[in-house]
Design a protein around this ligand. Structure first.
Ligand SMILES: [Zn+2]
Ligand SMILES: [Zn+2]
Length: 177
């Protein structure tokens, strides 16, 4: 769906759409849409800015950064966005740097694609590093065993340094028993 500024200049556009898995390109192999993306929004032209307001829902499958098992993220996002016309001769990346604000965007020429707005909103909702559960033990760096499911026989696990104080506490506690 293309949001054409000429149409938006005439009237406010209500948007109700459902995107099936596979119809949107998130540009990342580890981000997989596994349910329909539902969007309810309105788009309008305010002066020369495209204003898009609404909400979306979608179920995304990602990969745990520690154990590499798939995990599901349910995304519910409300958005209220303004897109300014890109000044002639400017590059979107350079203009974006002038504003330290993710809520500002630019459109080029006649308007912008709703799909690009939506995929960007979904990506902004997802964690940079997805973890399947807070106590995920990850993979043994030596043999690759998934330590959530099995203990491997390796002598040493590369222990997370942040957990070292916890390990010492546990040892002290065991000594006192
Ligand atoms: Zn995990
Ligand atoms: Zn191992």
């Amino acid at each position: 769906m293309f949001l054409d500024v000429k149409d938006l200049a005439v009237r406010k556009l209500p948007i109700r759409k459902s995107y099936a898995p596979g119809s949107l390109d998130y540009g990342l192999a580890e981000v997989k849409q596994i349910g329909p993306l539902e969007v309810r929004a309105t788009a309008e032209l305010l002066e020369d800015q495209v204003h898009i307001e609404g909400k979306l829902e979608v179920r995304i499958e990602m990969v745990c950064a520690r154990c590499l098992e798939p995990l599901v993220e349910d995304v519910h996002r409300e958005f209220d966005l303004y897109y300014s016309p890109l000044p002639k001769g400017a590059k979107p990346e350079e203009e974006r740097l002038k504003y330290d604000d993710t809520e500002i965007g630019f459109y080029q020429g006649e308007g912008l694609f709703l799909a690009e707005v939506l995929t960007e909103q979904v990506l902004l909702s997802l964690p940079m590093k997805a973890i399947c559960r807070s106590d995920c033990r990850g993979l043994c760096s030596n043999c690759g065993a998934n330590l959530n499911h099995e203990e491997c026989r390796c002598e040493t696990h590369a222990t997370d340094p942040r957990l070292a104080p916890l390990a010492r506490l546990k040892q002290d506690w065991l000594k006192k028993q």
